[in-house]
Design a binder for this molecule. Sequence first.
Ligand code: CDP
Length: 211
Amino acid sequence: MIVAIDGPAASGKGTLAKRLAEHLGFHCLDTGLLYRAVARDVAQRGFRLDDLWAAVATARGLDPKELEDPDLRGTAAGDAASIVARIPEVRAALLAYQRDFARRPPGAVLDGRDIGSVVCPAADVKIFVTATPEVRARRRFTEFEARGAGISYETVLADILIRDQRDSGRANAPMVLATDAMLLDTSNLSIEAAFDAAVGLIKRKIGHPGC
Ligand code: CDP
């Protein structure tokens, strides 16, 4: 069984995906980390992020075991990721790994921007998680503050708006609400309430015994 969770930056999709995977006993893949790692490696090798050949070669050689780097979680990494993510050949290079992961038994939860639309169009469950930009910025700001990242709320909000635009506006695999996806607006929901709502949606869709 495949659960596809898509949505914009800081919508809560990552936390939700992890909680659902634990609940269902499934594997979990945060696909954003793949793009973040490609961007990190391109920059570390001294290339520009929009250098097509450097980005594609890096994506093709990416070792998905190297995603545990805490620096990958920062704003700069997210912003850089959205630049390499616009390159169709980079996306193509990361596709097989994501699809293989999705097929791992007994099931997998993948979160990203194009899971329900491109990576796993036949996913059993598709949830598009969203929240207002201000709520998302507030959440991310609180996360960064707890880590002592020294970044203002205004900067976080500006970054979120830029990434929303880049992710929805790109020609290849843009962030979209797949026609058969269920919308979950978490603007007024706690993590717990969002989890309960998602379990309710899954139950309604497939009546999985774990839900
Ligand atoms: O955690 P957050 O939502 O801030 O970002 P992320 O999921 O780690 O994704 C970082 C960036 O990678 C996004 O802004 C997208 O540009 C890109 N991405 C993508 O294009 N496709 C995916 N399936 C996942 C991420």
